[in-house]
Design a protein around this ligand. Structure first.
Ligand SMILES: Cc1cc2nc3c(=O)[nH]c(=O)nc-3n(C[C@H](O)[C@H](O)[C@H](O)COP(=O)(O)O)c2cc1C
Length: 337
């Protein structure tokens, strides 16, 4: 019998509870990836709010990745001290922190290049970017890294049959499309020994001709066989609106539960968790080991603490997605209260 608020092992990490902050891009970083003071405040509030572990927002591995604005970066060594300050303040609150390593898109100069147009050397360049970023993450004091292979950013597009039509060793079958992930996994493991290594993966691309559950299951199992330490299950269009506590929570739970029955590593399920009752029942009824939250922690960074001590049983988040539109992705309801 699993409990929401009990220490639990996430691979080599021990979390004080089974709640994880899912990556949430704040849009606050300087164009070069430098961290602003407001970001430190956001992460201090989260760490002190009692969550078991924090996954940072989208952190690009490339200097020239301008897929969207305000992304953090671990793309240069001179950024390491700013990220070390971030990990130190999170650790001071007794919370492990995982950097979400990501690539929005691959740019040749200023031009965006889709997977089909890339040379094998360019694919290896991407592998190297992830490995270098993992080394910097380790030097900056992160406890782990998450390979962002979801939500139709670069890696998610690369492994999707809807986008990748290559006919060489990096396309044409599931095994070949995910070869880039396995190359990255190996390179990151080598560059950042001891880091917890996780990936965020789409259970479904919800795109014509894209990944669907059966193939996603094969992708996740291949990652597990290749030695990844945990997997976070998501899907395109991840921030579903209109979630109501006790009614339609945990919209990727069915896939995550099926996956948990087939792999020996912890499965983290993201997407629409809002109440203690639903979270505890899914932990008990399935093999899912951790539940990750994004919007509820935008609304209430101290929600885990409030839930643990019985001050709250349900998130106040109304899943309106207005946080996507605000500067620094704060909750609009906070400013009207
Ligand atoms: C403002 C905002 C920014 C997000 N940024 C990221 C991100 O950087 N990386 C990522 O993998 N998911 C990101 N997400 C998606 C969340 O991690 C999560 O998968 C999704 O919102 C569903 O979980 P929830 O119902 O707990 O919000 C973001 C979501 C929001 C609302």
């Amino acid at each position: 019998m699993k409990k929401l608020f009990e220490p639990a092992r996430l691979g080599n990490l021990t979390l004080k509870n089974r709640l994880v902050r899912s990556a949430t891009w704040e849009g606050l970083a300087q164009p070069d990836g430098g961290i602003k003071d407001e970001t430190y405040t956001i992460y201090r509030e989260l760490a002190e709010g009692g969550v078991g572990a924090i996954i940072t927002g989208f952190t690009s591995v490339a200097d020239n990745d301008h897929y969207f604005g305000g992304m953090m970066r671990l793309s240069r060594d001179d950024l390491i001290p700013q990220y070390r300050k971030l990990t130190e303040l999170i650790h001071q609150a007794g919370c492990p922190v995982i950097a979400q390593l990501a690539l929005g898109g691959f740019y040749r100069g200023n031009g965006l290049v889709e997977p089909d147009g890339m040379s094998v050397d360019e694919i290896q360049e991407v592998v190297g970017l992830f490995a270098d970023a993992a080394r910097r993450a380790k030097e900056a004091g992160f406890d782990g890294v998450q390979i962002h292979a979801a939500h139709f950013f670069f890696l998610s597009r690369f492994i999707s049959p809807a986008v990748n039509h290559r006919t060489d060793g990096y396309g044409g079958s599931t095994e070949k499309r995910i070869r880039i992930l396995l190359d990255i996994l190996k390179a990151v493991r080598h560059a950042g020994p001891g880091l917890h290594l996780t990936a965020k993966v789409n259970s479904n691309d919800f795109t014509q001709g894209g990944l669907e559950e059966l193939e996603s299951l094969a992708v996740c199992k291949a990652l597990a066989e290749a030695g990844i330490d945990s997997i976070e299950v998501s899907g395109n269009g991840t921030s579903v609106q209109g979630i109501r506590a006790g009614i339609n929570e945990g919209y990727f739970a069915e896939f995550a539960s099926g996956l948990a029955g087939q792999v020996d590593i912890p499965v983290i399920a993201v997407g629409g968790w809002r109440s203690v009752r639903c979270m505890e029942s899914v932990l008990n009824d399935t093999g899912i080991a951790f539940l990750s939250l994004s919007r509820p922690l935008v609304r209430e960074p101290d929600l885990p603490r409030k839930m643990q001590y019985g001050e709250s049983t349900v998130s106040q988040c109304v899943s309106c997605n207005a946080c996507y539109m605000t500067p620094s992705h704060r909750c609009i309801w906070l400013s009207v209260e």
